[in-house]
Each structure stands twice: as C-alpha cells, then as structure tokens.
Unconditional design. Structure first.
Length: 302
C-alpha cells in the first residue's frame, strides 16, 4: 500500500537520440516542484546527459555503469534505497532512463516501493526515424517496448501536417496512452551508401573517451561514417580544432550535428553506443588515435 506522502515519480524514456534531454529541459523542468531530484542514467562510463540538463540546484544523481533496466538488483535499487534514507526527501523524482532501457522493468521497481508513486511514464518517439527503427533488428524490440509501456507519448520531429509514419501509425493503433504531437526538423537517415544493411552482431556496447585536446571535426565525422554499420549513437561535449569553446556533438540517425554547450567541462567527453564488439573496439582505437589519448578507451557491455 502506498503512503499518502509517497514521492511522485515521472519516468522519461525513448530510444537513443529521440530528444529526451531536450524535452526534459524544455517541458518537464519548468513544472518540477522545488527540491525535486533528477536521476539520470547514461549507457557508458561518462554521463553526457547529466551534463546537458539545465537544473539550477544540481541535484542530479548519476548512474553511468550500464543500463538501469539491466541492473535492478544493483545500482538503481541501491540509489533509490539511498534516496529514501535521506533525512529530507525530494518533493518529486524524475528518472531519465538510458536510450536502450526497458521502462517497464524500471516502472515495476518504482511500484514495488510503498514510498514511491509512479505518476507518468513519458516516452519520446522520433517520428523521422520510425521506419528505420521498425526495420532494424538491433533496435525494433526495445523501441517497441518503450512505446508500449508509455502512459504519455510525445511524437516529435513530425512533418508540419503531423501525419504519423505508417510503421508508427500501426504500432499506435489502439494504444491507450495520451499522445502529444510535435512538428520539427526531422533527422534524415544517412544515405544508403553510407549505412550498410543492419545485422544482429551482438550485445549493446558503449565506450567512452576523455579528450584533453581539440579534435578534428571532419575526421571525426569520417570515422563515424566508416563505422556506421555498428555505431548507432554518439554524443559528447568536445572542442573542435579552430573553434572557440566546447560544443555538443550528436550522432543520431546517421547524421552528425553540433551545437553550443551549456557548460564548459574541464576536458572533452565522448560516448559511442552500438553493437558488434570487434568493430566497435576498432572504432575506439581509431578515435583514441585521433584524439591523442594514451590510455585505452573504457568499455561497458550491456
């Protein structure tokens, strides 16, 4: 039985690159009660998403040791237990799950605690990638799990007429969740010549790099294109050669984008996520050489 003063919990999910952190900053943060807590999970040993959240109180509890839906007996459960032992509890809790998390399992963990009350499970869906995700054997299962679990769906990057792509329309037929549609710039997939046919090559894997010097942006883009058969997502806060300050770099849907960074970290950071251990390990080596990093890239398997 839930207590009357149970902490309200909002769970934010969505596949890699769907726009979760941007939505959190733009729509969820302004409505959070004072003294709320944000729990951020990123798949990798460097937590880029936590660096991108605009939260003045900096009450962000970070998990960066793998996907929280896969560590229910460990990291997430321990952090929630730690949270509930604090003398002053947060007014609300917002969990941003990793892009490859199964939110149903996370929601079940929240529901097990009498001191937590799941209010809403929000899922961000990138409409411009729907057809691609539905056909990709590496992605389709978790992508559909995330959508099926949601109580509120935010369909973003739609065309101006807000029409759903066929694959997404079929999936949402009869879905009980409330649906919010947002038009916006689509992230077009890379040309077919750059993205080979998808194959299931192994478990999800990530590697992370700390970058102590500016990086060649053109060579970085070329490496991402060369390894597009195994690289699904990349994000980081880096400095490009010949430019002032740091930038946020994002690889989503096979396209690379750059934007101004909110913060200026002491060193650059880059996280890459994909499948296919041998190829991804080789990409890690190539990126380490490009960045002039002496120590080996850190790697985490899901």
């Amino acid at each position: 039985m839930k207590t009357t003063d149970a902490i309200p919990v909002t769970l934010l999910s969505g596949f890699l690159g769907a726009g979760k952190t941007s939505y959190l900053n733009r729509r969820l943060l302004p409505n959070l009660p004072p003294d709320s807590l944000i729990l951020v999970n990123d798949f990798g040993s460097i937590n880029i998403d936590a660096e991108l959240i605009e939260y003045r109180d900096e009450r962000i509890m970070q998990l960066s040791n793998g996907c929280i839906c896969c560590t229910l007996g460990g990291s997430l459960a321990e952090r929630l237990a730690e949270l509930l032992r604090q003398p002053v509890l947060p007014a609300s809790l917002l969990i941003e799950a990793s892009g490859i998390a199964n939110p149903t399992r996370i929601a079940d963990l929240v529901r097990l605690s009498p001191r937590l009350q799941l209010q809403e499970l929000v899922c961000l869906v990138d409409a411009s990638q729907a057809e691609r995700h539905s056909r990709d054997p590496r992605v389709s299962e978790v992508w559909q799990q995330q959508i099926a679990a949601a109580t509120h769906l935010v369909i973003n990057r739609l065309t101006t007429d807000l029409a759903l792509p066929p694959a997404l329309a079929t999936l949402l037929s009869g879905h009980p969740a409330s649906i919010e549609k947002e038009a916006g710039a689509a992230i077009s997939p890379a040309p077919a010549t750059q993205v080979p046919r998808f194959t299931r090559t192994g478990a999800w894997q990530s590697f992370s790099l700390n970058l102590d010097q500016p990086i060649d942006g053109d060579r970085l883009a070329a490496l991402f294109a060369e390894y597009a058969d195994v690289l699904v997502r990349a994000k980081g806060i880096v400095q490009r050669q010949g430019r002032e300050g740091t930038e946020v770099v994002q690889l989503t849907g096979g396209r690379l984008s750059w934007s101004s960074a909110l913060r200026q970290p002491a060193q650059g950071q880059l996280v890459c996520i994909g499948t296919g251990v041998p190829r991804l390990n080789r990409l890690a080596e190539r990126l380490r050489e490009l960045a002039g990093v002496e120590a080996g890239a850190q790697t985490a398997l899901a």
